[in-house]
Write a protein that binds this ligand. Structure first.
Ligand SMILES: Cc1ncc(COP(=O)(O)O)c(C=O)c1O
Length: 350
């Protein structure tokens, strides 16, 4: 409304402490600030040792075949449309085939979501996990985007230590002490930034066993995959996907030396399908007046605004399919407050 004065009471722009905390954690902003401090008139050559980007150095060139393929795709006119939300199906298939080379099972294109770099994959995962009261375990020292994005989404994070005296391995006992019933995931970075360590097969197996014990998923940041030198080869965490579900985050920035191309991925390296869905058998003796799983799901949707998929839809009467196990725990904690259930005996209905 024009009140006749030049003063406008803009309604936006209030301080957002989470956003400020997130920006304070940006490595790139800090490094740019440090570059800004360099006296360019100083005749000594700059020693750029704080670089996370190999591409400005002439000795690290992207493969000519990759450059040509991208140029051909750009000029073909075939890649200008919106792709599906998960990314171009051919590209998802290519990433699935690439990752499967190092796994004891095959991924399919449906296991892959393409992102605008691994940072975007981190942002998505921290947002997906940010359900009320959930917490995530992050490594210290670590890559600060995890903290920044968790803070922005209201996801609690807790730090476990990497142990310098043990080659920066995960403090497994510390992880167990830190986790509680609201812990949903542990993040690992392997090969590690900032420590440069590469975890052994045995240590990764221990992390997976710990995740299984705690009932949590492993988010394995493998943006530096195969950047492993010397006697310790890189082993993908997905190798242990049978033990605990693993969400692998990766991309082409580091290994292919093209961080500006902004291509990353989220891969469900979860051969048992734990992350996809959890089937739960309903104990119908708890449900007076409720005919079957469809009736149950209908009432749940109508009265509690909770939508889960009845098992009958895939010929599994009296089961429900749940897409997110964390949410399932939230939902079932509240079941005694559901009005449409008349008979609330002790125990659980599933
Ligand atoms: C541990 C870690 N994850 C993710 C990234 C970001 O990867 P991208 O360039 O693909 O966004 C970096 C970049 O430095 C990193 O160190």
């Amino acid at each position: 409304m024009d009140n006749g004065s030049d003063e406008v009471a803009w309604r936006f722009g209030a301080a957002n402490p989470a956003l400020e905390a997130a920006s304070a954690l940006s490595i790139r902003a800090l490094v740019h600030r440090l570059y800004g401090c360099v006296d360019r008139s100083n005749p000594r050559p700059l020693a750029p040792l704080g670089h996370g980007d190999p591409s400005p150095f002439a000795c690290f060139r992207a493969a000519a075949a990759a450059e040509e393929a991208v140029a051909a795709a750009a000029t073909s006119g075939k890649c200008n449309s919106y792709p599906t939300a998960a990314g171009l199906t051919e590209a998802c298939s290519a990433v699935a085939a690439y990752l499967s080379r190092y796994l004891p099972y095959e991924l399919s294109r449906g296991d892959i979501v393409l992102t605008a770099g691994c940072n975007h994959a981190i942002e998505i995962m921290m947002a997906v996990l940010a359900t009320p009261s959930a917490n995530v375990l992050l490594p210290r020292p670590g890559y600060p985007l995890y903290e920044a994005r968790a803070a922005l989404g209201g996801l609690e994070f807790r730090h476990y230590n990497l142990l310098p005296e043990k080659g920066w391995e995960v403090d497994i006992e510390g992880v167990e002490a830190l986790a509680d019933n609201n812990t949903v995931a542990i993040v690992t970075v392997n090969p590690n930034n900032p420590c440069g360590s590469v975890y052994s097969y045995e240590h990764l197996a221990k992390i997976a066993e710990t995740a299984k014990k705690l009932g949590i998923m492993v988010i394995s940041d493998e943006i530096y995959e195969h950047c492993a030198f010397g006697s310790k080869p890189f082993v993908p965490m997905g190798v242990f996907g049978e033990i605990a579900p693993v969400v692998t985050l990766g991309g082409i920035s580091k290994r292919w030396m093209v961080p500006g191309w902004r291509l990353g991925w989220i891969a469900m390296t979860d051969p048992k399908g734990v992350l996809r869905k959890k089937k739960v058998k309903l104990d119908m003796s708890y449900f007076d007046g409720i005919g079957d799983d469809i009736d149950f799901c209908t009432k749940l949707a109508k009265e509690e605004s909770v939508v889960i998929c009845p098992g009958k839809t895939n010929n599994h009467k009296h089961f429900t399919c749940l897409i997110c196990c964390g949410l399932f725990n939230e939902i079932t904690h509240q079941w005694k407050s559901w009005n449409f259930l008349e008979n609330k005996r002790d125990g659980d209905f599933f």
